[in-house]
Ligand binder design. Sequence first.
Ligand code: PHE
Length: 452
Amino acid sequence: MESLDDKSKRGRWTSTFGFIMAAAGSQIGLGNLWKFPYLAGSNGGGAFVFVYLIIVLLVGFTLMLGEVLIGRHTQLGAVGAYKKLSERWTWLGGLGVLAGFLILSFYSVVGGWVINYMVRSITGILGTADFGAFITGSVEPILYHAIFMLINLVIVMAGISGGIERASKIMMPALFIMTIIVMIRSLTLDGAMEGVKFLLAPNFSVIDGSVILAALGQVFFSLSLGMGCMITYGSYLGKDENLVKSSLATPLMDTAIAILAGLTILPAVFAFGFDPSEGPGLLFVTLPSVFSKMPFGNFFAFIFFTLVFFAALTSAISLLEVTVAYLVDQFNWNRKKATFAMTFVIFLIGAAASLGLGIWDHITVLPGKDIFDSLDFTASNILLPLGGMLMSIFIGWFWGLDNAIREVTNEGTLPFKFAPVWGFLIKYVAPIAIALVFLESTGLLNVIKKLF
Ligand code: PHE
């Protein structure tokens, strides 16, 4: 595969497989392994998973195809793509860049935690890990956050091709296999079945506006949607590729990995008597207990956290790349300067987010939310769904379904049986569903209901 950042000659995926691996690299990350299990844990388990799956089905696939087709059609990244299709919509690309920027600043803090756990498992002290004490500290977590951002910087500056892509083709399948091994250990613990029931048997009565908003935000986060990341990746697709096939494959893989991660973490939560609504620490407190019950536990832990690290890195790269490409494309910055500047600012905001879990935990940005949670909530639950909603409105109502379908079918040469269904979903279902979730979760829906 050619370099993604080759400005003079735009890169191309050499094959559909290359695209699928890169898109999967962006989508599969901490969202699946870290966020999904703890969100499910604190939002009613099966109820959350149920809502999540419905949203993937109706909105996830629909918008994935939407983003990829805009990218392939314009052969440009997010901001450039909207600008080309309609000057008046350029800001929508900008909104995505902002979301990516905010996400990476807390994402890289968690990336640092993962590196710390790799170090702990290789030095054999994983079992003694006190996660709470570690993340509330002021120096260590910020140091690891810096290391994570530095690795990210080096890769994005050097260009994405070569090493990292080749590595992720091995790492991603390895992650899949390792997760299954750890999952089997977790599922065979005494009392594990409670966790399986919790995750898979939905209790519909707990579904409310905030559960639905959490699931909606998580679908966007996990599928890297709503910020133009998949537009950018789609722009490296050749005109003869089958867009439908490639945009079905990766959301399926992503969802499978999220469920596997849930089936790894939650059974252990129940078996060891942890609290499923523990929050962001869930992965980090339960897994050391699972590994301690495995022969060669430290060895497995090291391999596992290394793979988690890789999954996180391939996602972080796509986030940083979106923000860097913005400076390079719109302000003609050179790549080096843009990457340094972005990395530095993201490091600072991330450091504040990290301190927000410790000595700054009294600081709230959004009501009742520390800096870390405020960043996550604003980006994942507001900006991404908003970006996705506006994109579907743009395709369905402004640019037009005819144009979109012509692009999907490669000018009418490929069949697209589901074109009417997809058109209906992107024109009506996706924007209305997202708008309803917003209205419900802000309480505005009740206000409106009362008016009528
Ligand atoms: N999808 C990534 C994950 O699950 C995070 C991400 C979000 C990456 C948005 C790019 C854009 O970890």
